[in-house]
Every structure is written in C-alpha cells, then in structure tokens.
Design a protein around this ligand. Structure first.
Ligand SMILES: Nc1ncnc2c1ncn2[C@@H]1O[C@H](COP(=O)(O)OP(=O)(O)O)[C@@H](O)[C@H]1O
Ligand SMILES: [Mg+2]
Length: 363
C-alpha cells in the first residue's frame, strides 16, 4: 500500500498536470470552508468509504468531496487506489479527479460535481418520480459508460478493472453524460495476465459467478456487471427483485426467457410509456444478456460491446441475435442466485468482502 500511495502522492510538487488537466492537493481548511464544515445539508451520498458532500471553491466552481468515515488500513488502501487510478486516467466518461487531502487521519478525495447525481437516483431513488430518463438519455448513458469502461480495459496502461460497476457508481453530468466513478476497488491488471485471483469485493446482484465463487477477477467481471447495469437501464428493474416473501429473482432470470421469445417490449421500463426505439431496445437487451452470461469466455469484450451498442455492423448484430444463448430450446443459464445470500436496498447496497478465495493479490 505504501508504495502505491507514494506513486501518486509522494512527490515534491503539489500540482500535477496530465494531458492539459490539473489536480492538486487541497488543505483540510479549504475543504471545510467549501463544504460549510461538512454540513449535513451538503451531503450528496454515502458509500462504503464514507460520505460525499457538495462544495463550492473560492473561484465559484462546484466540487464533490468524499470523506473517509473511519481511518483504517483498509480504508487507507481504498483511498490510495482511487487517487492513484483517477489521477492517471482522463476520459469523457470517467469522473475527473480534482485532487485530494491527506492530513493526520483525514482522507478526502475531491472531484468535479455531477449535477445530475447518480444513475441509481434516477432509476430507483430520489429522482425516479421525475422520469428524466427518456430513451435517448438512456442510450447515451449506456454507450457512454461502455466507452468509459472500454477505455479502462483496453486503453489505460496498465489495464484497469473497476470491480464495482453498478448504478450508484455511474454519475451524470449537466448534460446527462455518464461518468463512471468510485475507483476504490479498482485493480491494475499486469501486462500479459489474464486475471488476478483476489479477495472478492463488489456488490450483490452485479457479481460475476466465477468472481463471487473463486475470486477470479478479470475484465470480463466488469463486462458481467455492465450487462446487469444495461438491463437495469432498459427495464428500470433492480438487479435482484423480491417476487414474494420467500423468493428472489435476478433481472437476467427474468429477462432471458422474454428475449428468447422476442418479447422485448415487455422488458422495456413501463416509465418509458412505450416511447423508445424498438431496434435499440432489442440491441440493448441482447447485448446485456450476452454480457451477463455465466461463462466468462462467452462474454464479449467492452470494445465489442461498444460496437454492438452502436449497431453499426449489421453482420455482428445478426450473429448476436443468433447466439446459442437465445435459442428457445437451449437450457436456461445455471441458477446464478444460489450464492446470493441477501438482498439490500441499493441505497445501502452491501459491499461484499468475502475473505475466501484469496490466492494471489497483485496490489
Ligand atoms: N462527483 C459527484 N457528484 C455528485 N454526486 C456524487 C459525486 N461523487 C459521489 N456522489 C454521490 O455519492 C455516492 C457515493 O460516492 P462513491 O464515489 O460511490 O463512494 P463510495 O466509495 O463510498 O461508494 C454516489 O453514489 C453519488 O450518489
Ligand atoms: Mg459507490
């Protein structure tokens, strides 16, 4: 951890420039005054790491400040990983780092403020009743977040896996462009490695089976989570829903039979009131389901996902439609819910930290 922290924070200058963008070290005093002393009224959200507050700097610019709840080695690690990774990456669909503060036991991360908050708040939370997500916005969010993740997997060096792709970690700017956020669980994949075996972190309902069960983390785990996210965007359903008091159903178990019978209209979020582009909806649902299939080797890469979502190649779309997965007579997927032991409201979505399966950890 110490070496990881030094890489990004241990330099003499306190201002870093990267591709024309700058991040810097903030003083605790400055962040206190920007957030009105971390006033409860400024609170934007809460995650595993701590609370996030809205603030305004002396130059009038708006920021979001994530403040570590309680200091611990684990939290310090998450802080270092997030600063390290965000400080390196710049992409229109990834949340930008403005800087950080590490004074005494205080650990804070400063980002650009995203005025439309998280995708979760629009799908299931405080903004869901306003129905601001029409179909074209949903398509833009799907494509944008796919682009952001694709950049992490295929263009960042070393490659990065996010490990916690979900609706609360996709933020929306003033133009409803998606910005993938929250890099506390992210990992670098060393050159040439296919996967790393590691402690399982992430959120129930989004975890790829091979990762949840054996701790095998690779790009395809993010692809799986992204598939769940796509189904959520198209249907407005949560990753796991209670069917009755004793039974839970995953969104894939619900959507796959509908897709096989080509009943795509029934997958669409009722909040769209039938206003969507049929071809696009079908594409989103099919791509989602190939992403969220249990065998990792059958999932597409994020580069392929972006291409498929754009729908530019008729040939690739027809291959997708004819995938074995969508044959009416092929067996339904293995039940992926057997290892899902509990369901939580996404607002307080439990982050799993199972200790089993740790063989090698590259961090
Ligand atoms: N830059 C931001 N602009 C607006 N809201 C944000 C911003 N960053 C985080 N939030 C809100 O805070 C929540 C938690 O932030 P996140 O980075 O996911 O923290 P954690 O690591 O604790 O999960 C997000 O789901 C979102 O609602
Ligand atoms: Mg989060």
């Amino acid at each position: 951890m110490a070496s990881c922290f030094k890489l990004c924070c241990g330099r003499d200058s306190d201002r870093k420039e990267q591709k024309g963008t700058t991040w810097r070290i903030f003083s605790l005093k400055e962040l206190h005054s920007a957030t009105n002393n971390f006033n409860y009224d400024n609170k934007l959200g809460e995650g595993g790491f701590g609370s996030v507050y809205w603030g305004q700097l002396w130059d009038g610019s708006q920021i979001a400040v994530k403040r570590l709840k309680v200091w611990s080695n684990k939290a310090e690690m998450e802080f270092a990983v997030e600063v390290e990774i965000l400080g390196r990456v710049r992409h229109k669909n990834l949340l930008s780092l403005r800087g950080y503060c590490a004074e005494g036991q205080e650990r804070l991360i400063v980002y650009d403020y995203m005025p439309n908050l998280s995708l979760l708040s629009h799908l299931h939370g405080q903004h869901s009743s306003e129905s601001l997500l029409d179909w074209s916005r949903r398509m833009k969010i799907a494509l944008g977040s796919a682009d952001g993740i694709s950049y992490l997997h295929h263009h960042a060096t070393p490659h990065i896996i996010h490990r916690d792709i979900k609706a609360s970690n996709v933020l929306l700017d003033s133009d409803f462009q998606a910005r993938v956020a929250d890099f506390g669980f992210a990992k670098f994949i060393p050159d040439g490695a296919t996967h790393v075996t590691t402690r399982v972190k992430g959120t129930l309902g989004y975890l790829a089976p091979e990762y949840a069960m054996f701790g095998k983390a690779s790009e395809s785990c993010d692809v799986y989570s992204f598939g769940i996210l796509l189904l959520e965007i198209a249907s407005g359903k949560k990753p796991i829903e209670k069917v009755n008091s004793t039974t839970k159903r995953t969104v894939t178990d619900w959507a796959l039979p509908l897709a096989r019978e080509k009943r795509f209209d029934e997958v669409a979020d009722p909040k769209l009131s039938g206003k969507y582009v049929q071809e696009e909806l079908k594409r989103v649902v099919l791509v989602a389901l190939v992403c969220a299939q249990s065998q990792p080797e059958k999932r597409p890469t994020m580069l392929e996902v972006v291409e498929l979502l754009k729908g530019e190649s008729k040939e690739k779309l027809s291959t997708l439609e004819n995938d074995e997965l969508f044959k009416v007579d092929s067996p339904l997927q293995e039940d992926s819910s057997e290892f899902i032991s509990e369901e939580k409201d996404p607002k307080e979505a439990k982050q799993v930290a199972a200790s089993g399966g740790e063989v090698t950890d590259v961090s």
